[in-house]
Design a protein around this ligand. Structure first.
Ligand code: EPU
Length: 423
């Protein structure tokens, strides 16, 4: 097992580049099952979830070849395996996005209930209901689901809840289905239009991606020859760096990002008194002398998204006054605040969704365990702000979505070491 040993940071300065988005590449890879020809993916982040998805695709018969430092070529098989390797599929939530393409392509998908970060209930009812509306027969036995449909048929599907992965899964399935599918109350995260644009380039007919109504005309024959899916910058990584800069800049430039994708967060940072300058593909943050309290409520994109809730919480512990945080998306995503309190924060959990933060309180270095990907990064931020060294354990959660985070933060002035630890 590995851990991060983190010294307090005085000032972080310079330029920190953002890598390709985890939540985009995983869907780009899943889409390979819709194809009969190879295509390339560029701007590949070196993260554990990428590797997990590669393992799953390989077990389904896809040939995955690295053709450069940040490029891979995916060659789909003539007859993909319909059964996902249960051990790998269970280990990360995004495995569920494969079920749409797999079912559409092979007429069958066999998979276990997907696992992943422990941040609350992560049901798959919207996926199952949507695919059933497209004609799939759904069976479940001992935790293994089997979906079958000779040919999916386009349908009008209204999502009772806005879900990113359910939108992506059904959008992909609809590309090969017969007839027209309309997805209403769809998610609008930037990863969705990115996926749709690439599929359209290869022959799909998707309109409205990035809005809450997506129309897909099915029956496409996708051709990926000479096509490259360039993965968009990771907006969660970019935003987390911006929050860190607000806490410990100097002046820090977050490069290779799309400022527009960060609008919800940047508004909250401005409210907290942070100075922000934006260019075409960068954001420059200057930490203020004093941070002001802010009341935030997590929302679907383009609002203040749930993935920023934990790093922003760390910032609020340093704001002068009382802030409130309302996590509306997941009911298990405030648990990590107990460890922030052990570090010296004063966060009152009112219920599983609501917290009051009283600041500023000095934070003190402690040994903490990363409970999930985003809270893990929040602990790194807290450790950089704290007095005295900290150890963040269970960093495999962090490696799932952030490429060599310690090296990149050290490049702008942090002192973080990856160390071996027992247990
Ligand atoms: N939901 C249902 N039924 C479903 C699916 C979702 O009720 O069938 C509910 C969830 O319980 C939750 C809400 O809908 O309350 C939103 O969940 P969503 O499905 O949007 O989450 P997701 O698609 O599983 C993606 C990201 C998450 C990010 C959320 C923001 C991927 C792989 N994951 O998750 O990212 O927090 O959208 O909504 O794209 C992360 O990267 O660490 C991460 C957790």
């Amino acid at each position: 097992m590995e851990a991060f040993f983190i010294q307090p940071a005085r000032r972080l300065e310079g330029v920190i580049p953002v890598r390709g988005a985890k939540n985009s590449i995983l869907k780009a890879m899943a889409a390979s099952l819709l194809f009969r020809t190879p295509f390339l993916i560029d701007n590949v982040p070196h993260i554990v979830d990428y590797q997990q998805m590669e393992n799953l695709l390989v077990s389904a018969g896809v040939l995955v070849e690295r053709v450069g430092e940040r490029q891979v070529r995916l060659t789909p098989p003539r007859h993909p395996e319909s059964t996902l390797d249960p051990e790998v599929a269970q280990s990360f939530r995004s495995s569920v996005v494969l079920i749409g393409p797999l079912l559409a392509r092979t007429g069958k998908a066999v998979f276990p209930y997907p696992g992943g970060c422990v941040i609350g209930k992560r049901p798959i009812d919207l996926f199952l209901e949507g695919l059933a509306r497209m004609g799939a027969l759904v069976r479940e036995e001992n935790g293994i689901f089997t979906l079958s449909a000779k040919r999916l048929i386009g349908a009008d599907i209204f999502f009772r809840k806005v879900s990113v992965t359910a939108t992506e899964t059904l959008m992909m399935a609809a590309v090969l289905a017969r007839g027209k599918t309309v997805l209403s109350n769809a998610a609008r995260e930037p990863e969705i239009p990115a996926l749709a644009e690439f599929l359209n380039l290869c022959g799909a007919r998707i309109s409205g991606a990035g809005t809450s109504t997506i129309t897909i005309r099915g029956g496409a024959k996708l051709d990926g020859a000479r096509r490259v899916f360039r993965i968009i910058p990771d907006r969660v990584e970019a935003g987390s760096f911006a929050i860190l800069a607000a806490l410990r800049g100097g002046r820090l430039r977050v490069a290779n990002c799309v400022p527009e994708h960060l609008a919800g967060l940047l508004a909250a940072l401005r409210e907290a008194g942070v100075f922000i300058e934006c260019g075409k593909d960068w954001v420059e943050i200057t930490a203020p002398k004093q941070l002001f309290p802010v009341n935030v409520q997590t929302r679907e994109y383009p609002g203040f998204v749930t993935d920023f809730q934990s790093p922003f919480m760390v910032l609020l512990t340093q704001a002068v006054g009382m802030s409130t945080v309302f996590e509306t998306i997941y009911e298990g995503r405030l648990e990590y605040t107990r460890d922030l309190n052990r570090m010296g924060a004063e966060i009152i959990l009112c219920d599983p969704h609501r917290a009051i933060v009283v600041g500023p309180t000095p934070l003190f270095g402690r040994v903490v365990e990363s409970p999930d990907l985003r809270a893990g990064l929040a602990f790194i931020l807290a450790a950089l702000v704290a007095k005295g060294p900290s150890t963040v354990q269970h960093i495999y959660h962090i490696d799932r979505g952030y490429e060599r985070i310690e090296e990149r933060l050290c490049d702008v002035g942090a002192d973080i070491k990856r160390v071996a630890c027992a247990g």
